[in-house]
Ligand binder design. Structure first.
Ligand code: FEO
Ligand code: CA
Ligand code: CA
Ligand code: CA
Length: 629
């Protein structure tokens, strides 16, 4: 890895390269702990026994339910390794929007291959689509979509290895990321984007934002440009999404650390700032070179600027002039998505993963209930953050992050949430990606995508990451999906029961715990579950972002894909495969549930046009126009 220019790496690879290495004695300690842990758990988690813990999808289900016939309305498809999208017989897919397609007429003709002009770069559909949500408003169908990160070599064809060579290069990259809101409509030829709709909007790295909640106005959020600490510019590395009961969009800032660098390698920082930089993985060199031309991203000049990212941002898709709101009450970490569900008493519950090896799963519970028509801003700030603690006996509890439990001030808990979670002893997880709740049953699922560091080294806070209940395998390359059912069917309750819905693996290659749980078989092989949504009928849709070389440990997996899971029987069937090199991420449905919108991020082949690879949103429909969600 030493010879690689960090600016050519993906955000995740950059992180891996730069991630603080533990001291040798920490390493020894963790390995020792992992070995003794294996001995303790061996009897419980050996493959074939303890099925619920290992993941057979049987939490609370009966054998009669498990014997029910398949409820999938499609014939599962085989794994694929080619350069296009596949769906089952009786279904069809179509491109809705590719990066570079104009949202407005004044951006017609934007040329992705030549690298279009800066002035149009915030008037087109952005790059690398990720989370998305659909909205119906006064007869208009709207869709809000994240653009997670840019392929720099593609976007800056004239720049050396994708490294920005000018302020314009930086501005262009900044414009191609963030969020798109757009109006869509369905005609005889399927769905199209309404060009020049007044709802069409690009939100990027320079869009003004308002910061609210416990960290707003804190000294750690103040900068020279914003001495109030309440208004910042831009949202970045927008990964997963969420939707509130009041009809707004939530976009989640994930690997924000990679956007910051320092022009002074020897810059010194206040201890608190330095501790935060270490825990959140900030380094002297960014992965996109912003700091070379935009001093806002130079931490030696603006040490507090990173504290103004890593949040969940609320956007009203129905008001194109509205200012997006950063909700500090939801904590600051590498946010994956925000799954919002109402408790029986209408308090707002938000489940959130921190996608980093050995970091945590979180929950927020509002103080007040959601009442239609009442103000909503406080519902994502006035409340309590919790970190999940999973016990090995398949019970668990949410540990409150308060000044009393953590010894930290409320604003510090919001800004340095990871440290607060460490202080109370949350359970270190195998990279929590999307959380989804089941609308027909009080349960939630979280994709734990993989974790090669499990049992190998501690997290950046020094927390033990030896194998534990929901993260049972060391050097976990395949991932698993944990599921929990809250006490009293109340997502605001502090107790829950859990199991592993599925433990991904490869039974054609391995006979040990790497074979995966019994609901993994030769016909549905996949690895690295990531995106997830549960449809209105309760089917669990799983999207993958994993190894697609189709060899060795991953033989038979094929390209990244989307599968459907039966929550009762645990049965999982492959529904869609993406073009090679891509990640499948982002899933939403039309209001009539007859169309699924699916995102294809970073295709590696020349999909979809045979030229420059372009991320895109596709629509999937049944040929008989039946419902699919
Ligand atoms: Fe942006 Fe963790 O995926
Ligand atoms: Ca993801
Ligand atoms: Ca991922
Ligand atoms: Ca991604």
């Amino acid at each position: 890895m030493k010879d690689i220019d960090p600016r050519t790496l993906s955000a995740d690879d950059w992180d891996e390269l730069h991630f603080p290495r533990p001291e040798e004695n920490d390493f020894d300690r963790v390995v020792e702990a992992a070995i003794s842990r294996r001995g303790f758990l061996g009897g419980v988690l050996a493959f074939g026994s303890g099925a619920a813990a290992m993941g057979a999808g049987l939490l609370g289900s009966t054998s009669a339910q498990a014997a029910e016939a398949s409820r999938f309305a499609f014939t599962p498809i085989p794994a694929q390794t080619d350069g296009t999208v596949h769906v089952p017989e009786g279904y069809s897919w179509k491109i809705l929007m590719r990066w570079g397609d104009p949202l407005f007429s004044d951006a017609d003709g934007y040329d992705v291959t030549e690298g279009g002009p800066v002035k149009s770069s915030d008037r087109i559909f952005g790059e690398n689509t990720d989370g998305m949500e659909t909205f119906s408003f006064r007869g208009h169908q709207l869709i809000a979509i994240n653009h997670e990160y840019p392929n720099r070599k593609i976007n800056l064809p004239a720049a050396q290895e994708g490294t920005p060579a000018s302020a314009d290069d930086v501005l262009k990259l900044q414009n191609l990321q963030g969020v798109t809101v757009m109006e869509i409509t369905e005609g005889l030829d399927g769905w199209t984007v309404v060009k020049d709709s007044p709802f069409n909007r690009r939100i990027h790295h320079n869009t003004p934002m308002k910061i609210v909640g416990p960290a707003a106005g804190h000294d750690l959020l103040k900068t020279e440009a914003d001495p109030t600490g309440t208004s910042s510019l831009g949202t970045m590395n927008n990964c997963g999404s969420g939707k509130t009961p009041w009809g707004t969009y939530l976009t989640c800032e994930e690997n924000f650390n990679g956007y910051f660098g320092s022009s002074d390698e020897n810059a010194s920082y206040d201890q608190k700032v330095a501790d935060g930089m270490k825990r959140y993985g900030l380094k002297a060199e960014s992965w996109n070179g912003y700091e070379l031309f935009d001093p806002r991203f130079d931490t030696s000049k603006n040490p507090n600027e990173p504290h103004r990212t890593g949040w969940i941002v609320e956007i009203d898709p129905t008001k194109p002039d509205s200012t997006p709101i950063k909700h500090s009450g939801l904590g600051r970490f590498k946010h994956e998505n925000a799954e919002v569900v109402l408790a029986p008493d209408s308090r707002v519950v938000v489940y959130m993963g921190d996608d980093e090896r050995g970091e945590y799963l979180y929950r927020f519970v509002s103080n007040d209930p959601f009442v239609p028509g009442n103000p909503t801003e406080g519902l994502l700030n006035d409340g309590t953050l919790y970190v999940a603690k999973f016990n090995d006996d398949q019970t668990g509890e949410w540990l409150a992050l308060t000044p009393e439990t953590t010894g930290m001030e409320a604003a510090d808990i919001a800004i340095f949430t990871r440290m607060a979670a460490s202080a109370v002893g949350g359970t270190t997880m195998d990279r929590p990606e999307w959380v989804a709740t089941n609308p027909v049953s009080a349960e939630a699922y979280c994709c734990l995508t993989n974790n090669k560091n499990r049992g190998v080294k501690p997290n950046a806070g020094g927390d033990d990451t030896s194998a534990n209940g929901p993260n049972p395998r060391n050097e976990n390359r395949y991932g698993q999906i944990v599921r929990w059912r809250p006490a009293d069917e109340d997502h605001a309750a502090d107790g829950f029961d859990w199991d592993l819905y599925v433990t991904a693996g490869n039974p054609t290659v391995h006979q040990d715990d790497r074979a995966g749980s019994p609901n993994v078989n030769e016909g549905n092989l996949f690895n690295s579950p990531d995106g997830m949504a549960i449809d209105s009928t309760g089917l669990v849709w799983i999207q993958t972002d994993g190894n697609d070389d189709n060899e060795g440990d991953f033989a038979g997996n094929g390209n990244n894909q989307m599968l459907a899971g039966d929550p009762v029987t645990g049965e999982i069937a492959r529904f869609m495969t993406g073009p090679n090199g891509c990640e499948v991420t982002g899933l939403a449905w039309s209001a009539d549930k007859r169309t699924a919108f699916v995102g294809i991020q970073h295709p590696g082949s020349n999909w979809p046009d045979g030229g420059t690879p372009r991320s895109a949103i596709i629509t999937i429909k049944r040929d008989d126009n039946g419902q699919i969600g």
